[in-house]
Design a protein. Structure first.
Length: 636
């Protein structure tokens, strides 16, 4: 097949776009469309080879399939298996059990061309839970290879059944239109399906295949227009699209059409000449290895650095490492295997089986937790240091008993005179107050509801019964003479970042106003420090290499994050009597830092919720004797 150096250059643009997007989305917001450029290129090159193979084998299917899948195995699997094996090996020393088990399972899927199915079932591409998945990028290989399980048969049928190339082009065009409409529809009703599954991506590969059957474009002027228009369309997509699962369907038309316009001309255009320059061609040649290796390298860096994106010198070092590894992968793995006879190249199959077996063993052994040091084990255990009463006492739309059936913590001998009204941030606080209250013959009522702050009128996007619950909660509290004090808290920063922030602010003040008017004392617990990443996981990863792991958050960073919320609380407290504010930072922070690890234990069980141990520290700041001066001593 004729060597197209401009296509190598286009590959360089595609892989560079993906790299820039993964290092910092702000550099190239639409850089993720580089994968779609790859799909178009692959569709074109694969179809050209298949067409030649079908013609060469005089319409015999088996030789065509043997040649095609032999080439795919030699092209895809050697470098892929090297990445999978290396990731599992390095993960043994640096990954905590949860991460390692997930990596093992995803490696098993990727080794059989099903990486996209694994991530479809487990996560979304653009959400935070996906950002530390070491093999996330293998989704594109899975989607492409699943397309190629069908395409050789379909193309063989078209070329042997329809003698006219024009009619073959018409048939492929019809499939593209159907595929695009399906993708556009699916992205509105099931965006994860549209992103990960091959059905909604097939039209992009089909667009590349169509190029092989288009009439030859030999007019110089028209070729120049095509090339320039293609470059503009790709450039617009790279800079104007943003990385969300809804940036698919019709939004992909410009980048796909742009790729087609660049590849289609058969004469050298200025765009093609630019893409054919040596630096572009050199990067294009190693683009597959670059794509495979860059994501595990950057993700391992983030895992070792509190999930932070690299910046400054770290970016240069990681890029240098990525290029060195990729060049070696291209030279010593990709190239030698592509030159092997198919019989010898089939040796990759037992290697793939070994990777699958290793991944499944790692997953079945829950990430082999005995690898961890005692310090790392203790750190990760904090991820489960939450109230054991969450399943039966914490509300959501599926479990929403009336306020009078709420859980009570503390002494069983007295009626509760204190109530905690909160979203999920109050669960551990209520439990901790109950443990402290038991020694003082006090009890605490728990009124907590997931994603539902104690703000009257607030409509939670996650919990549809929130507004109704808050109305019943405040009515119950106002009418309950035994309840003397109400403790309020919430994940204020989250609600202040939503479109309904104004309703949250006024709703919180309305709640305080209603409680204050009924004679209740009100204790508002301010925001606890939050680092923006899962603290137990980060601490455990750190403890694997440093037994004396320390994680601190600067007070200035905490004040910057919580400043708006604290100003809101101060403003409300200044306007109402019997309202006091407890700030967890007064206990958890000192000087210029907030200690996120206390007594060798993280104070959060995720990225924002206090552990039960951390909640006990905050609960100790609330003087039960003062807030409950008239505790009802009658039995319940």
């Amino acid at each position: 097949m004729e060597k197209r150096t401009d296509i190598e250059g286009l590959r360089a643009i595609a892989v560079s776009s993906v790299l820039l997007f993964h290092y910092d989305r702000s550099w190239l917001p639409g850089g993720f469309v580089g994968v779609d450029v790859f799909f178009v290129i692959s569709g074109y090159l694969i179809t050209k080879r298949l067409e030649e193979s079908i013609a060469r084998n005089n319409g015999r299917l088996l030789p065509v399939l043997f040649d095609f899948y032999g080439r795919r195995i030699r092209r895809i699997y050697p470098a892929l298996l090297a990445v999978l094996a290396t990731t599992l090996a390095v993960g043994w020393f640096f990954l905590i059990p949860d991460d390692y088990a997930l990596t093992g399972e995803s490696a098993a899927y990727a080794a059989v061309g099903a990486g996209n199915l694994f991530y479809y079932w487990n996560t979304g591409y653009f959400d935070r839970s996906a950002e530390l998945q070491l093999l996330l990028h293998t989704w594109s290989l899975g989607a492409e290879e699943q397309f190629y399980l069908v395409w050789p048969f379909l193309l063989f049928t078209l070329l042997t059944g329809v003698k006219s190339r024009g009619w073959v082009a018409v048939a492929i065009s019809a499939l593209i239109v159907v595929g695009l409409l399906y993708s556009a529809r699916t992205v509105t009703v099931a965006p994860k399906s549209a992103f990960y599954l091959p059905f909604a991506r097939a039209w992009e590969l089909g667009a590349g295949a169509l190029i092989a059957f288009l009439p030859t474009i030999s007019n110089r002027w028209l070729s120049e227009v095509f090339g320039l228009a293609g470059a503009v369309l790709i450039g617009i997509s790279l800079y104007l699209l943003h990385g969300t699962e809804t940036s698919l369907g019709f939004w992909m038309v410009p980048v796909v059409l742009g790729s087609v316009l660049i590849i289609a001309p058969k004469t050298k255009t200025r765009v093609a000449e630019a893409l054919s320059r040596r630096p572009f061609v050199a990067v294009g040649q190693i683009s597959y290895s670059l794509y495979l290796w860059h994501w595990p390298i950057i993700t391992f860096y983030r895992i070792a650095n509190m999930e932070q994106q690299p910046s400054g010198l770290a970016v240069l070092v990681l890029l240098f490492l990525t290029f060195v590894v990729s060049i070696a992968s291209y030279r010593y793995i990709e190239q030698p295997f592509r030159k092997l006879p198919i019989g010898r190249a089939l040796a990759t199959i037992p290697v793939a089986a070994a990777v699958v077996a290793a991944g499944l063993v790692i997953d079945s052994q829950s990430g082999v937790p005995w690898r961890l040091s005692p310090e790392a084990t203790a750190m990760i255990a904090s991820a489960k240091d939450y109230s054991g009463s969450r399943p039966k006492c914490h509300r959501d739309d599926d479990r929403n008993p009336p306020p009078e059936q709420s859980c009570v913590f503390g002494s069983p001998n007295v009626l509760p005179a204190i109530a905690v009204w909160s979203d999920s941030h109050g669960v551990e606080l209520a439990d901790a107050l109950g443990q402290l209250g038991e020694a003082k013959n006090r009890s605490i009522l728990s009124l907590t509801y997931s994603s539902c702050p104690p703000a009257l009128g607030y409509v939670s996007p996650d919990q549809k019964k929130c507004r109704e619950f808050n109305q019943s909660a405040v009515q119950f509290l106002v009418q309950n003479a035994n309840i003397k004090t109400v403790v309020l808290t919430a994940f204020y920063e989250y609600y202040l970042s939503t479109p309904d922030r104004a309703t949250f602010r006024t709703g919180l003040e309305d709640s305080i106003s209603r409680l204050q008017a009924s004679g209740k004392k009100i204790v508002v617990v301010a925001s606890n420090p939050t680092p923006g990443y899962s603290l137990p996981h980060a601490a455990s990863r750190l403890a694997m290499v440093n037994p004396n792991a320390v994680i601190n958050l600067s007070v200035s960073d905490h004040r910057k994050t919580s400043g708006e919320a604290r100003a809101m609380l101060d403003s409300i407290a200044a306007r109402y009597k019997n309202v006091s504010i407890i700030d967890p930072a007064d206990m958890l922070c000192g000087g210029s830092i907030c200690q996120m690890i206390r007594d060798k234990r993280p104070i959060l069980f995720d990225d924002n919720h206090l552990t039960l141990s951390g909640a006990k520290l905050v609960a100790g700041m609330i003087d039960l004797d003062k807030v409950d001066a008239s505790q009802n001593q009658s039995g319940r």
